[in-house]
Design a protein around this ligand. Sequence first.
Ligand SMILES: [Zn+2]
Length: 155
Amino acid sequence: MTSTTGPMTDRSLAARPHPSRKPCLTAVLRMAGLRPTRQRVALAELLFGGPHRHVSAEQLHGEAATASVNVSLATIYNTLHQFHEAGLLREVAIDASRSYFDTDTSDHHHFYVEDEQRMIDIPADAVEFKTLPKAPAGMEVAHVDVVIRVRKAPV
Ligand SMILES: [Zn+2]
């Protein structure tokens, strides 16, 4: 096939601004059964606007403030839990007071770097179980998630 794209076209393509993700995120929220309010869309943009990541409510609150999105920490918590319940986020609990929300909801495990309070993904197939206890009567295993806590090794 003969290409009709000359250097002029290439340049004009490069200069074109990236289309906004807003309409797309609105659709994602709607499909998840959530009304796309201004706050939800703004927080969804912060959460899903880049590569997959793990974020705590406090971190997201800080990012929202930086992006001039005016929301309380309580609203951040509520929104994160709504996104989690709608299947848009996965919650990884580190301890009673600390949870991370993972934008990658596929099956995988985590390293938790204790000194840096940071999570690193471990592919699902890197962890194998020899035996798993049977789920209690009338229940089934929803998913298994492993958190391996690591710290800097002494030199
Ligand atoms: Zn993850």
